[in-house]
Design a protein around this ligand. Sequence first.
Ligand code: GLN
Length: 506
Amino acid sequence: MTTDLTRSTAAELADLLAQGSVSARDVARAHLDRTAAVDGDVHSYLHVDAEGALAQADAVDRRRAAGEPLHALAGVPIAVKDVMTTRGLPTTCGSRILQGWVPPYDATLVTRLRGAGMPILGKTNMDEFAMGSSTEHSAYGPSRNPWDLERIPGGSGGGSSSVVASFQAPLAIGTDTGGSIRQPAAVTGTVGTKPTYGGVSRYGLVALASSLDQAGPCTRTVLDAALLHELIGGHDPMDSTSIDAPVPPVVEAARRADVAGLRIGIVRELTGEGFQAGVQARFDEAVQHLVDAGAEVVEVSCPSFTYALAAYYLILPSEASSNLAKFDAMRYGLRVAPEGVDEPSAEQVMAATRDAGFGDEVKRRIILGTYALSSGYYDAYYGSAQKVRRLIADDFTRAFETADVLVSPTAPTTAFRFGDKLDDPMAMYLNDIATIPANLAGIPGMSVPSGLAEEDGLPAGFQILAPAMQDHRLYAVGAALEARLTAAWGGALLDRAPALATTKEA
Ligand code: GLN
């Protein structure tokens, strides 16, 4: 047992809490103290709710003392990406346009966290409206990578990856529209799962692209991800795209970690050229570990993946331009009066507010999406992208005939430096080359750490993909790999993060 509660996994904390060795208040307090010490450097949070978290922790302690039956994760604290609505807690989506907005309702998954007695520590930073791969598009300044504070923690959910990587929370919620759970996990040496589309309710997830968005766990271990996935997953009548079926047996799969006889498909289009040498090397080793654990390797080809990025950057902006139309200065957050106009019209207020409230990347995508959906171009752009989307789903269907799971590096490179890709949207978009196909097809995906790239000493990610509603396969493979790699490293990868050692003393 570790004495520093912030170093414990969620599963370990759950055990300590159940045994009565620690109180939920102690656990929440330890994490809040850690935040006070390090978040000035890391900037994972947009809002910390110390008072609320401690009150929720006290409530759990009282219920436990009274002998009430409690959820296994009761008293384990969590951080939530600022794109999920939280009643009474600010929700900004990393945007100025929602500054000061306090939602009157909880997202379904937040209701489930609260119902399980999990104290909510705060809301994590993100690229504005989840558009980006670095958190540099947050209107409130970027989050930093605990491995190197001069580098990005991934995006859009860099707040949720860095909050667990810097031991400020054992668990966090992220959302993944094109990779925003998996890519941040990859570059911070943490674990992230994007569940099957419809597997976790989107009610209260402020929509970026409704047909792609999916919330999921950001954690330090595969088992922790499974425990959280099991809680937040499952049918919700408030979300019309929610799947009415039991949550796949993710916890059991994570505990068994059995890959004997499993066919692992290496996606030819997602390896080799364009991938950093050290990222590719860690990927190859990880595959060998899975073979040693009894898995079989096959090579698969998904030729339509070449067009995935292009299709995504038409479908996403199209949906986003429509979803973001609701920020009209009348209903939420910011309202700006146009300068030099005595009695401005509603349209003038709307234009001034959107001009001041949205950042450049959001404006870029609204313009792109509006264009792609305009009557003269609808078929040429949006229509063609939807056809490509079908071809990508067909590629997956074919690949899953010969493989039980597909694997690739999660992101082409390790964490890059701030500013490196900010002025080049295409370079930023290319980060998601390996993660986007899963969103277009609605299938589940996970990123687990595969080790450190020798050229820069930074973490690389290993991506696992499975057919829809076979999320448990991700956990079997992820846990098997984690067990072998942790043994090979002689401990968890995060124990080697150099920046963490400095900030720990702070
Ligand atoms: N980086 C991708 C984008 O900018 C993915 C975003 C996400 O998954 N929310 O769209």
